[in-house]
Ligand binder design. Structure first.
Ligand code: EPU
Length: 303
């Protein structure tokens, strides 16, 4: 670890990533770091850049499948308290990228600030939510994002204002290497009413999605004007199994990992689902789940 001298306290080698992801599958990271504050993070980013070590940012791992072989390079998690702060000032909620999105949502509701409550039950961190513009049918996180702080690939800290940011369905223009945090500009509302709405949406979500199981979020993006879950069900694929990976009976856009499941089982099941939906319904599904693999690209059309 010579090239990482000075970072011994925050970098581990061969860290198993399974325990850091919702799927609880996959191999180790070559290097895994949990920096204590932004200055240390910037130094680490610069060192990795100088040494040409690739960096991947990991939030709570709710939208990531790590392949069984693990990943090369540095995986960074913003778990330290300095990255997880949430503060409220008037109608503005500021949150570090490592903060849990759910915690930000409940804080806003508690303060009588409306907008983010539609995101209830979305797992993961603020950073992950911003990167993929997490959302529901009620709206997405980008709609309320007033500004964001980030670290560029060259290690510079930058502020991205609303005018610089473009959010579309499950996509954001925030493609800097690291997202540090964001400010959300919300609307005043009655906290009791908001709490009621939150509860109602929580119940709906719980009834329609396999929460509490070993799985990630939705596997595929919704094609324009339709739902991937509905298509997968229409293709007759609910309950389809490969090894320990099963298409959820509750919501077909979720894959459950049963005991003994491997990442490879999930990858093979993803290929089967994608191929069958394309063959039977003529729709090419696009992945929402991030696959972390050193070499394997999921083919657009499998064997
Ligand atoms: N449906 C089926 N079969 C299924 C699943 C859904 O017929 O197995 C039907 C439902 O009956 C409904 C329609 O499809 O008529 C839409 O279903 P749902 O309300 O569950 O929403 P979704 O479009 O499948 C999206 C997001 C979810 C988000 C929900 C709730 C995507 C890919 N998914 O799902 O987000 O929680 O809306 O608003 O955009 C995620 O992105 O990871 C995710 C879980």
């Amino acid at each position: 670890m010579g090239f990482l001298s000075g970072f011994e306290k925050i970098v581990r080698q061969g860290e198993p990533l399974a325990m850091h992801t919702w799927f609880q599958l996959g191999g180790p990271a070559e290097y895994f770091a949990e920096p204590r504050h932004a200055e240390e993070l910037v130094l680490l980013v610069k060192r990795c850049r100088d040494e040409q070590v690739p960096i991947r940012m990991l939030g709570r791992g709710s939208n990531v499948l790590v392949c069984d072989e693990g990943v090369p390079g540095m995986v960074i998690r913003l778990s330290a308290p300095a990255f997880c702060e949430i503060a409220v000032d008037g109608r503005t909620v500021s949150a570090g990228a490592g903060a849990s999105l759910g915690h930000v949502v409940t804080t806003a509701v508690h303060e009588g600030l409306a907008g983010l409550e539609v995101l209830v039950a979305i797992p993961g961190t603020v950073g992950g939510a911003l990167r993929g513009n997490a959302g529901t049918h009620g709206g997405d996180v980008g709609r309320w994002t007033a500004e964001a702080a980030a670290i560029t690939h060259t290690g510079d800290v930058v502020q991205r204002s609303r005018d610089d940011l473009v959010f579309t369905y499950r996509q954001s223009s925030l493609d800097d290497l690291v997202i540090l945090g964001a400010k959300f500009e919300l609307e005043e509302d009655d906290p009791k009413e908001l709490a009621k709405r939150l509860q109602k949406q929580w119940i709906v979500r719980k009834a329609s999605q396999p929460m509490g199981h070993q799985c990630a979020g939705c596997i595929f993006k919704n094609p324009r004007g339709t739902s991937a879950g509905e298509l997968i069900e229409a293709a007759g694929l609910k309950g389809t199994r490969i090894g320990g990976a099963v298409v959820s009976d509750r919501h077909a856009n979720f894959i459950l990992a049963e005991p003994e499941c491997t990442s490879n089982d999930v990858l093979r099941l993803i290929d089967v689902v994608r191929n069958q939906v394309e063959d039977r319904l003529g729709v090419a599904l696009e992945l929402e789940l991030e696959i972390w693999s050193p070499s394997r690209e999921i083919p657009a059309k499998g064997p």
